[in-house]
Design a protein around this ligand. Structure first.
Ligand SMILES: NC(=O)c1ccc[n+]([C@@H]2O[C@H](COP(=O)([O-])OP(=O)(O)OC[C@H]3O[C@@H](n4cnc5c(N)ncnc54)[C@H](OP(=O)(O)O)[C@@H]3O)[C@@H](O)[C@H]2O)c1
Length: 311
């Protein structure tokens, strides 16, 4: 009897950038040291189907179950085009592959950041995110807009800021259309002194700006009288929030106001990304994107809350 072939796990990275990020390659290889990994760069939505068909067929359905696609890149719109083109190509094929999507860590980071603020909200007796007033500062980058999208899915009342009202509005409109409700609005913060207006009513603030940009000063925190939880995802100095260190995890910044720093969020981000990859490897096909990332991150937090409650 012919012996059944055994298949190695193979990852194909499709990156929209000139250089594929080593970050996610290392995360994947550490999670599966015996796997093989190949990278394609400068990938566009137009290129994706050809690559997808050529990796889909040679190993047949049994081998395709061990062939994984990781879509990455800092151009969020192009990444979305590559994902759509990949899914469309697979829909016309007799079988498919698992697709992991985490553009420059945006999905796993946003999932971890939202889950950490959810955990703090539960721990501090504020309850779930539903109906909470949340401000995502610089909510237009991959991380910020994904965080806004997840908060909106949790039925929070979300404000995003941007230096450009028009840029922020495009994102707010997209998320509102997706959730079929007006859950996200925009406040323009073209100058730092406009931040106070954007955080005036916020119960939760997430600073989601580019590395090395301080978005929230101590004076802004003092002015945000309803705020109880502040998260920051910028680990590059100057950090995003004055007085909030990268390793702070529910540190009391002023009486009743708790801060979560970028590396505390980063720890959950890595766990989340590793688990996303593991789930994608365990399943023969499916889409593993921000929604799965948030389920994973939130489950970690719920387990931690349950453990603390059982003590
Ligand atoms: N903690 C972690 O585990 C982790 C993981 C991945 C990434 N990160 C960090 O997450 C942060 C966000 O990543 P990203 O890729 O989403 O960021 P990004 O696209 O580089 O920037 C996010 C937003 O910051 C705003 N911004 C840029 N320059 C600014 C300036 N000079 N002043 C004020 N606002 C400015 C822009 O908004 P507007 O143009 O709309 O104003 C931009 O859309 C970065 O700091 C990154 O290092 C953290």
């Amino acid at each position: 009897m012919a012996q059944q072939p055994t298949f190695k796990t193979v990852f194909f990275f499709l990156d929209t950038d000139k250089y594929c990020s080593p970050f996610d390659i290392l995360v994947a290889i550490d999670a599966f040291p015996d796997s093989l990994l190949f990278k394609y760069e400068n990938v566009t939505g137009e290129d994706a189907p050809k690559i997808v068909y050529d990796l889909l067929f040679p190993r047949g359905p049994a081998g395709a179950a061990h062939t994984k696609i990781f879509i990455n890149g800092s151009n969020f719109e192009e990444v979305e085009k590559v994902v759509a083109a990949t899914q469309k190509a697979m829909a016309t094929a007799p079988w498919g592959n698992s697709i992991i999507v985490d553009p420059r860590g945006g999905y796993s980071t946003a999932a971890a950041a939202v889950a950490k603020t959810f955990g703090a909200s539960m721990e501090k007796g504020m309850g779930s995110l539903e109906g909470k007033k949340v401000t995502v500062l610089a909510g237009t980058g991959p991380v910020g807009q994904t965080a806004a999208r997840i908060y909106a899915a949790e039925k929070a009342d979300v404000t995003i800021t941007s230096r450009s009202l028009a840029k922020g509005q495009v994102i707010a409109d997209k998320i509102n259309a997706e959730c079929g409700a007006q859950r996200v609005k925009v406040v323009e913060v073209a100058k730092p002194e406009q931040t106070a207006v954007a955080v005036k009513d916020a119960e939760i603030i997430l600073a989601a700006g580019a590395g090395g940009i301080q978005l929230l000063t101590a004076a802004d925190i003092a002015a945000a009288t309803k705020c109880k939880i502040i998260g920051d995802i910028n680990a590059i100095k100057p950090l995003g929030v004055e007085g909030l260190g990268p390793n702070d995890d529910n540190k009391e910044l002023k009486p009743g106001v708790f801060g979560i720093g970028a590396l505390a969020i980063g720890k959950l981000k890595i766990k989340t990304e590793v688990e996303m990859i593991k789930r994608a490897v365990a399943e023969p096909q499916g889409l593993f994107d921000y929604a799965i990332a948030y389920t994973i991150a939130k489950d970690q937090i719920l387990k931690k809350l349950a453990k603390a409650a059982a003590k």
